[in-house]
Write a protein that binds this ligand. Structure first.
Ligand code: C2E
Ligand code: CA
Ligand code: CA
Ligand code: CA
Length: 274
């Protein structure tokens, strides 16, 4: 198939078919894994910035694909989003995690929400009924969202946030500093918390300018009465600087990687003195 000039085989690459096929297979396997409840959930500790004690966890989905091994969430979440599986997957993660935090009184739970989920007008009803079923106090729950949908669809995003806030959950803007979001956004959409992306935290080690940017950002959020979580904290030095900057919650490998629930049990008993 090698024609000269404007031949229609000109841009044909056999790899394209192979890629598409592999993606389809991934999607099929993911669908099966969700149906069979084979998605695992790990929990990353979130600590109080002043005393480093456990105050919350973030639920993160994990998938070990049969015959292949672990597939990173940065790969399977986008597939779930583009194939309509995200509603089912997202609610499953939230449901499981809500059941689990019953064992950790006083601990908050953060769950990631994809735009695809919260675009569904019935999403807040699904969440409300799941809270009832699991006996979850909504004030323990933070829903984390990234800015993408807010930029594309500001009016609908604002309405969706308002519906969710009526349930009594906290809404956090995730990955702040990784995109275009400004502190103005936070206020405009009614976010309750700002979550600083790890790229900003890591930039802090590289010089004064980044520290100043971070300080100004956090100060602005605080002046709006908005609490701030920093993620991707990998060193004691970062933890101390972030505390001085005004972050009230910290999360990152320095305090703990995402781990199995039974490992959180141990930290919980130690930190909560039980
Ligand atoms: P995210 O919500 O920003 O989650 C934080 C990510 O940073 C996690 O990656 C976590 O393992 C990683 N991380 C935590 N501490 C550190 C650190 O100190 N250093 C570094 N380098 N990384 C750290 P993970 O688990 O691979 O998840 C990636 C993304 O996938 C998440 O980013 C989130 O956007 C998405 N995701 C994961 N689970 C779910 C889910 O159940 N639903 C939805 N919608 N998205 C999910
Ligand atoms: Ca998150
Ligand atoms: Ca994040
Ligand atoms: Ca992210």
């Amino acid at each position: 198939a090698k024609e000269t000039g404007r031949g229609r085989y000109e841009n044909y690459r056999p790899e394209m078919d192979a890629e598409r096929e592999e993606r389809n297979r991934l999607e099929v396997d993911l669908r099966i894994a969700i149906e069979r409840r084979e998605i695992n959930i790990v929990y990353q500790p979130v600590v109080d910035a002043t005393n480093w004690r456990l105050i919350g966890v973030e639920a993160l989905a994990r998938w070990t694909r049969k015959g292949y091994g672990p597939v990173p969430p940065d790969v399977f979440i986008p597939i779930a989003e583009s194939s309509g599986l995200i509603d089912q997957l997202g609610l499953f993660v939230m449901h499981r995690a809500c059941e689990r935090i019953a064992d950790w009184p006083g601990i908050k739970l953060a769950v990631n929400i994809s735009p695809g989920q919260f675009r569904d007008p019935e999403f807040s009803q699904h969440v409300a009924s799941m809270f009832r079923k699991t006996g979850t106090d909504p004030s323990r729950i933070t829903l984390e969202m990234t800015e993408g949908y807010f930029i594309q669809n500001p009016d609908r995003a604002r309405a969706a946030i308002a519906r969710l806030k009526k349930l009594g959950v906290e809404i956090a803007l995730d990955d702040f500093g990784a995109g275009f979001s400004s502190v103005g956004y936070l206020r405009q959409f009614g976010f309750d918390r700002m979550k600083i992306d790890r790229s900003l935290v890591h930039a802090m080690s590289e010089g004064d300018h980044a520290v100043q940017t971070l300080q100004a950002t956090v100060a602005l959020a605080r002046s709006l009465g908005m609490p701030v979580t920093a993620e991707g904290v990998e060193s004691e030095d970062q933890a101390l600087k972030l505390r001085m900057t005004g972050c009230d919650e910290l999360q990152g490998y320095f305090f703990g990687r995402p781990m199995e629930a039974h490992e959180i049990d141990v930290i919980y008993r130690t930190d909560r003195g039980r």
